[in-house]
Design a protein around this ligand. Structure first.
Ligand code: GDP
Ligand code: ZN
Length: 321
């Protein structure tokens, strides 16, 4: 069905795709093999009742859908219904406001997270970098660190920022949304995946996403024409297509994520460079603060763990965040 169009699909046809945007009762589904348009769908009532503790459907969910209404002669787009949501492999989520146990999904099934920081303007905050990496690790997502605004960097800036993360093995990419430096390299890291972009505001996430997914730049223009309010009205996560199986998501609100569900005694496993040493501590329940025979403290001493990362670990444990 490659390069097909929705208007050529008969009513009743079973379709497969991914939810790219939600608007309350409606979900836009990108149908496999069809580019440049989405099928506006509602959700079968039983699907809403099946999942009480989480969003019944979320951006990033893979779905089976049926076309229900063809395009009208007046040119109103066709509509469909979501029949089935395929099992979610993982999710970036937060607690729904005002609840103790209801999950609000920011994006379903992300494969990886790109943590975007500016080399300067605003100055990156190492603890904040680590917080994003911990969110990724806790959700079983691989993480990439992107240092943007390379055009503002002095020689040595990037090396100094990147050094603490080398032992952890995180891929690090340096970009400039302004000059285009590093954009192709970053794009190459996205192929075939759903990637969530996260980072503090002002670092250039929107600019990077527009450079990577031209469709996004167009959409943003449309929104501001339609509402006069521009992209700041965009609070829903949206998936943008970069290539047939390659999606990027801007993830508003991730920055405020608490590490819910992460116990202090699990934190050490979320630092990849700690993992090879964890079984070597003398005490099985070592917190790696001041215990004798601690293999983590020894690894900091020997340079296998960067002191800045160790200090970050300690601050998260001690503040019980
Ligand atoms: P967001 O809040 O992370 O989405 O950041 P924006 O994409 O809105 O960018 C914030 C500001 O930084 C804007 O004024 C951009 O023009 C600027 N900006 C974005 N990327 C770069 C870059 O690579 N270099 C420089 N010098 N400025 C950039
Ligand atoms: Zn220890």
């Amino acid at each position: 069905m490659a390069n097909g169009s929705l208007s050529s699909i008969p009513v009743g046809t079973e379709l497969h795709g991914v939810i790219v945007r939600g608007y309350g009762l409606y979900y836009d589904v990108a149908i496999d093999g069809i580019e440049g348009e989405v099928l506006r769908c509602t959700l079968r009532g039983m699907l809403k009742r099946q999942r009480r503790r989480t969003d019944p459907a979320a951006v990033g969910d893979r779905v089976r859908a049926t076309m229900t209404t063809p395009e009208t002669p007046e040119g109103d787009p066709p509509e469909g219904v979501i029949e089935e949501i395929l099992p979610r492999v993982r999710a970036l989520s937060r607690l729904a406001r005002g609840t103790q146990d209801v999950e609000q999904v920011i994006v379903a099934n992300p494969d990886q997270l790109v943590a975007v920081f500016a080399i300067r303007e605003p100055e990156p905050h190492p603890r904040l970098i680590d917080r994003f990496l911990l969110i990724a690790e806790a959700r079983d997502l691989s993480a990439i660190i992107c240092f943007n605004k390379a055009d503002l960097a002095d020689p040595g800036d990037v090396d100094a920022l990147a050094e603490p993360y080398r032992p952890a093995g995180y891929p690090i990419v340096t970009t400039s949304a302004r000059t285009g430096e590093g954009i192709d390299e970053l794009k190459g890291m996205l192929a075939g995946k759903i990637t969530a972009f996260a980072g503090p505001s002002g670092v250039g996430k929107s600019s990077l996403l527009n450079a990577i997914a031209p469709e996004r730049a167009e959409r943003t223009g449309e929104v501001s024409q339609a509402t006069g309010k521009g992209r700041h009205t965009t609070t829903w996560t949206t998936l943008f297509r970069v290539a047939p199986d390659t999606w990027v998501a801007d993830t508003p609100g991730i920055r405020a994520l608490r590490l819910w569900g992460v116990q202090p005694d699990e934190l050490d496993r979320l630092y990849p460079e700690f993992r090879p040493h964890l079984d070597a501590c003398y005490y099985a329940d070592c917190r790696h603060i001041n215990e004798p025979g601690c293999a983590i403290l020894a690894a900091v001493e020997s340079g296998e763990i960067h002191p800045a990362r160790y200090e970050s670990y300690r601050s998260f444990v001690e503040n019980d965040e």
